[in-house]
Design a protein around this ligand. Structure first.
Ligand code: TYD
Ligand code: MG
Length: 448
């Protein structure tokens, strides 16, 4: 009997070792090496690719990447103008965030021949979900519930779809490898085959990828290098908003984001996020303020709430949702040192409404405004908004793309925006009152 050849693969980074080790030498993770059977000769795919020859860069003909425009404007924007033919896109996200819904919706709305492969749900489950997404109709959407990658690609070559969706890459299995689905070698092998199919037939493929506890796409990191686009679908599962971002895009920028809302008929696109995020005008309550942030290149207004109360325990609590708690601690320290606010004995709770998570430093000014407002129990006018970063010496620093932020605030009917005095703003251009502040001490005076 032929000896079975095995090797040890790091489940975190995909490195291969001839024997077991406690710690992966490549990524430093402990206990991630798992024995897997390697049967395929590694030279095969190499020799197939060697048809290419050397060419001078001047002689290379360029052409616009042919793209399929999808019915979803948000998706088009994130992809940089549509799906590029022959591209492979990996979309990752937490369970239940709506990856399957997003792609099924796309399949049902596109006027193209689509192959939807699911290794996770039965055809009737998918049909039931499709029925929930009522107004969608595509007579050329084909379902295939299969996990063998050879069979899938065989059928795909026969059907010749315009577009293939695979949900998910972790459920696929190649007959060439004996290890179970979801292992590094299976994922690598299956993706390799799929990428080859996509490039050879010029068919775009969407792959769904599961993510691990710490938010990485499960499987080898090389998978992300192999595909053309890596999208991340994220948002708080308990909230309604979902953000689609590109972590990598060979055909466009990674700065754009798409915003969706999960409703009972599936995912709804949100064209103007600011309006939704602060539609319900809060009655003038203390602790609320509005920040002008930037998601990708899109300015967006979000509401920040703070609650400052006397500490019940010796050590005051600081709790933040949607904002970096270390940054809040820093802002509190700056307030204490530079503006003399005694917040040391107070609990501070901070929340960004709508389940949005952001690390835009321009939020600092609004966060401080909310904290001050709650601390003194004086409401901030609902017509005010803020965009400024705060430095350690209490100075208010300019933020990027300030003019875009100001126009967004103006468009949404705000009357006053607080910004740093270091931005060179052509004030005459705007109808909104621009208040320029330089120091956190002065900010307090302007505010109340
Ligand atoms: P799903 O697409 O199955 O998530 P994933 O594939 O990322 O795991 O999303 C399922 C969630 O979305 C589920 O919890 C129910 C919710 N949902 C709606 O609220 N409305 C709908 O119309 C659909 C189809 C799902
Ligand atoms: Mg799913």
């Amino acid at each position: 009997m032929a000896k079975v050849k095995t090797a040890y693969f790091c489940q975190n980074c995909g490195s291969q070792y001839p024997q077991w080790l406690g710690q992966c030498k490549n990524c430093g993770e402990w206990n991630t090496l798992i024995e897997e059977i390697v049967e395929k000769s590694p030279t095969k795919s190499f020799s197939e690719r060697s048809k290419q020859h050397i060419i001078n860069i001047i002689e290379v003909e360029t052409h616009e990447e042919p793209r399929i425009s999808t019915p979803s404007e948000e998706l088009n924007r994130v992809l940089g103008g549509g799906i590029v033919l022959g591209s492979v896109t990996l979309i990752g996200g937490e369970p239940g965030i709506g990856k399957s819904t997003l792609l099924l919706q796309l399949a049902l709305k596109m006027k193209k021949k689509i192959l939807y492969v699911s290794g996770e749900e039965s055809a009737s489950q998918i049909k039931m979900r499709a029925d929930r997404l009522t107004e969608l109709q595509n007579p050329h959407c084909y379902l295939f519930t299969e996990t063998s990658v050879e069979k899938i690609l065989h059928e795909a070559k026969k059907l010749k779809p315009d577009f293939v969706i695979i949900d998910s890459i972790q459920t696929l299995q190649s007959q060439l490898i004996e290890s179970s689905p979801g292992t590094v070698s299976q994922i690598r092998e299956c993706s390799n085959e799929i990428i080859k199919y996509a490039k050879d037939s010029n068919t775009p493929v969407f792959l769904v990828g599961h993510i691990t506890k710490d938010g990485q796409i499960a499987g080898p990191k090389v998978l992300e290098h192999m595909v053309d686009v890596v999208l991340n679908f994220d948002g708080d599962r308990n909230h309604l908003f979902r953000l689609l971002r590109a972590n990598k895009n060979r055909f466009g920028s990674t700065a754009e984001i798409g915003i969706y809302e999960m409703v009972s008929q599936g995912l709804k696109e949100i064209k103007n996020p600011s309006e939704i995020l602060i539609t319900k005008k809060f009655e003038e309550l203390s602790g609320n303020s509005v920040a002008v942030t930037l998601e990708g290149n899109r300015p967006m207004l979000i509401e920040i709430q703070a609650l400052v109360s006397s500490a019940v325990y010796g050590t005051p609590q600081r709790s933040c949702t949607g904002f970096d708690s270390k940054r809040v601690n820093m802002l509190l320290a700056v307030l204490e040192k530079r503006a003399g606010f005694q917040l040391g004995a107070k609990d501070v709770f901070l929340n960004i409404t709508g389940g949005i998570k952001t690390d835009d430093p321009a939020l600092d000014l609004a966060v401080v405004a909310s904290i001050l407002s709650s601390n003194e129990d004086i409401a901030i006018s609902e017509h005010f908004c803020f965009a400024g970063e705060i430095g350690l010496s209490g100075e208010i620093r300019p933020v990027s793309q300030i003019e875009q932020r100001i126009s967004e605030a103006e468009k949404l009917g705000y009357e006053k925006i607080f910004v740093s005095n270091l931005n060179k703003i052509p004030k005459k251009k705007f109808g909104i009152t621009i208040v320029e502040v330089s120091k956190i001490e002065d900010f307090h005076e302007h505010l109340f």
